[in-house]
Ligand binder design. Structure first.
Ligand code: GCO
Ligand code: MN
Ligand code: MN
Length: 386
């Protein structure tokens, strides 16, 4: 057990809304009492976690007088200092209050849109004070049920306008903060704008300060859409856009489940951990998951320890996989290193001539075997510890 004990170097982080989730769902009320933010930090320190993230409303009561909000923040800052837990990410709650029912940055009501931007600016100040390097934008209510209710191009214009304005604010204030967009296909809206990693990557390129904006992809969200999270994260890394990550788990085709990391899609999770570990990604490993609704006061910490333990087991298995001579041989037989070789290099007339002069034997090429069955069996052998 102890060999999978997390340490702060592992950079495991949890959102204030995760472990302490009271178990409320659309069909039933809370099953557990909430945890005060300062107690939450002490719990995180006890289990060897490193970081914490928060929505403005998790920390400071929405609509309360400024003096009360400041006192709530100060209590949190004191607990951060006492526990050594790092504030690794901040975000805005733009989905809970009924005024956001038609969206926030993309609400049809201009006053709601202006309020949403101002609410984000105020929490960017808090994020800067707490030293959070990443600010997440999850478009909870940015979407539609009725396609007739918003012109998609106008909604995307308003989304972009908000992010451009907020990036301007961060630069103007001299804050050391980058933005990370968190795509999700649906829930709570019928259709959400920027539904997948691919949509978000393309959108980012249209922003004024695109270098400041990357992604916060989440296991559950790509999986809900039936996509491979591993492939999405790999492309985000390839484009230098993996700024943050939300780890949890999810069955394909279900409602948003937020399951303990590594509890469902074991094969994709194995490849994900291998990818993160081999890529040099040094951001937080942030768990955005919640304990089963039938857990009590002890069970919620079993859940949190389980997320980290499984990550560390995958890390160990991935290392063993990469060091196994049988795997190296199978990778070579599958041609994996060959794909890293350039195909034709940059264009030149000489290279084009050379290519056209080449003789190829389609029959011989077609008869090659790639031995993927043996390779994939080795993956399974390693995951199952054979
Ligand atoms: C969800 C999302 C949220 C966001 C959070 C931070 O499906 O509800 O994953 O948990 O990650 O609001 O932006
Ligand atoms: Mn989610
Ligand atoms: Mn999330």
């Amino acid at each position: 057990m102890s060999e999978y004990a997390p340490s702060p170097q592992d950079r495991f982080a949890f959102g204030l809304w995760t472990i302490g989730h009271p178990g409320r769902d659309p069909f039933g009320d809370a099953t557990r009492p909430p945890i005060a933010p300062a107690d939450f930090l002490r719990g995180l320190a006890d289990i060897g976690a490193w970081g914490v993230s928060f929505h403005d409303d998790d920390l400071m009561t929405f609509g309360a007088p400024e003096s009360q909000r400041r006192a709530e923040l100060d209590t949190f800052i004191k607990a951060l200092e006492e526990t050594g837990i790092v504030c690794s990410m901040a975000t805005t709650n733009l989905f809970w209050h009924p005024m956001f029912k038609d969206g926030a940055f993309t609400s049809n009501d201009r006053e709601v849109r202006r309020l949403a931007i101002a609410k984000t600016m105020r929490n960017l100040d808090v994020a800067a004070e707490l030293g959070a390097p990443t600010y997440v934008f999850w478009g909870g209510r940015e979407g539609v049920e009725s396609a007739a209710s918003k012109t998609p191009a106008d909604a995307l214009d308003r989304y972009r306008e908000a992010l451009d304005f907020l990036a301007g604010y961060v630069k103007d204030k001299g804050y050391n903060i980058r933005f990370a967009i968190e795509p999700k296909p649906n829930e709570p809206r019928g259709d959400t704008f920027l539904p997948t990693v691919g949509h978000a990557l393309a959108f980012i390129e249209t922003l004024d300060n695109s270098e400041m904006v990357g992604l916060n992809p989440e296991v559950a969200h790509e999986t809900m859409a039936g996509l491979s999270f591993y492939q999405g994260v790999a492309q985000a890394l390839w484009q230098d856009k993996l700024f943050h990550i939300d780890l949890n788990d999810q069955k394909i085709g279900r409602y948003d489940q937020d399951l303990r990391f590594g509890s469902e899609g074991i094969k994709d999770d194995f490849f994900l951990v291998r990818l993160l570990e081999n890529s040099g990604y040094d951001g937080p490993k942030h768990f955005d998951a919640r304990p089963y609704r039938n857990e009590g006061a002890d069970g919620i910490w079993d859940f949190a320890r389980g997320c980290m333990r499984t990550y560390l087991m995958f890390r160990e298995r991935a290392k063993a996989f990469d060091n196994d001579p049988k795997v190296k041989k199978a990778l070579a037989e599958a041609g994996v290193p060959e794909l890293a070789e350039p195909t034709v290099g940059p264009y030149s007339p000489a290279a084009a001539h050379e290519l056209l002069d080449e003789q190829h034997d389609p029959q011989a090429l077609a008869s090659r075997g790639y031995r993927n069955e043996q390779l994939d069996q080795l993956v399974i052998d390693h995951i199952l510890g054979a």
